[in-house]
Design a protein around this ligand. Structure first.
Ligand code: MLT
Length: 327
């Protein structure tokens, strides 16, 4: 081919590629979307993800398929999505662990503030401090006394460094001034199975998993981690009111896409999350699990990005001061 025909062919090819990108974004989605969950199936993050995915599938006209990529406190899943093709077909749902991982992992393989596009926040979820049913303590003071008297044998389950169950358990141990053995799992779903079976003693876990077990009377509940009592568990004291002054923790969730995802695709995903959060079934399910859909200003790309940044600024110095590292 002579040079001028070659130049024209290359120019046409380049134009075709440039013209194709927005067209593909406009038609998005044309196939199923994978929503990566960083913890085990059946657990609290999985429950939020599947509730959201079902409503988003209706809105997008394509299946949003949940995939559980558990391990390393959620960092394996975040890394997977950071490295995924930025085409809107692999996205992530994650919680506070997206921020705390920056302090916990000195060799983090992704940067939460650089490697993602921020789609929307989703829901805020309280935590509950639980013990196995056979625990002799009937209230928080009795539990603290029991732990102090039996610190060599009591253990606490969690979902790995970066999991909120681990953070809550660590704050609880610091608040009562006792270190106990911790048992890591790939999510609090398997941790809950062992709590129900009596193989582990204590678990601090989200209401999105714990409310059915609390209502069935199959675990002991000592309090909720929110600043006020929650309507789904009106008789449960806050941990603050039960004696752990200032103890407060709420689990927030965000949806992320890999950096470089076309803006039109990001906007379609954000609109779909917003539509899903107005869905009557989603509202009912989130409320019955003691949780709150976030207000409209948090259901935005900027609402997630600024929140994540603020959480990193808040938690990383505290984690570093505690000298708690995962690697
Ligand atoms: C889970 O889904 O298993 C939890 O969100 C893990 C945790 O962070 O405690």
């Amino acid at each position: 081919m002579n040079p001028s025909r070659l130049m024209k062919a290359l120019a046409a090819l380049a134009f075709g590629i440039v013209a194709l990108a927005p067209a593909q974004a406009q038609n998005y989605p044309t196939r199923p979307i994978v929503l990566v969950v960083p913890f085990a199936a059946g657990g609290p993050t999985d429950v939020v993800a599947r509730t959201l995915a079902q409503a988003m599938s209706k809105d997008l006209g394509q299946s949003v398929v949940v995939e559980n990529t558990a391990g390393a406190g959620g960092t394996i899943a975040a890394n997977r999505v950071a490295r995924a093709n930025p085409d809107g077909y692999t996205i992530l749902i994650h919680h506070n662990g997206m921020a705390s991982s920056v302090g916990l992992y000195r060799k983090l393989s992704f940067d939460p503030l650089k490697d993602f596009e921020y789609i929307s926040q989703v829901a805020d979820v309280p935590m509950t401090l639980l013990a196995k049913k056979s625990m002799p303590a009937n209230n928080l003071n009795e539990l603290i006394a029991y732990i102090k008297a039996n610190k060599e044998k009591v253990n606490l389950a969690h979902a790995g460094l970066g999991a909120v169950s681990q953070l809550c358990g660590m704050l609880f141990q610091k608040a009562i001034g006792v270190d106990i053995t911790t048992v890591p799992y790939k999510g609090t779903a398997p941790a809950m199975t062992d709590l129900l079976g009596g193989q582990v003693d204590i678990l601090c876990d989200q209401t999105t998993q714990t409310i059915p077990h609390i209502n069935a009377g199959s675990v002991k509940l000592y309090g909720v981690t929110t600043d006020k009592r929650i309507s789904a568990l009106p008789n449960a004291p806050t941990l603050n009111e039960a004696g752990l002054k200032g103890f407060q923790m709420v689990v927030w969730h965000g949806v992320y896409a890999p950096k470089g995802t076309p803006k039109a695709v990001q906007d379609r995903l954000t609109a779909s999350v917003q539509t899903a959060l107005k869905d009557a079934d989603v509202k009912r399910r989130i409320a019955e699990l003691g949780s709150d859909i976030v207000p409209p200003e948090k259901q935005t790309q900027e609402g997630l990005r600024t929140w994540l940044k603020a959480e990193i600024d808040k938690w990383v110095p505290l984690i570093k001061a505690a000298g708690q590292y995962a690697d």
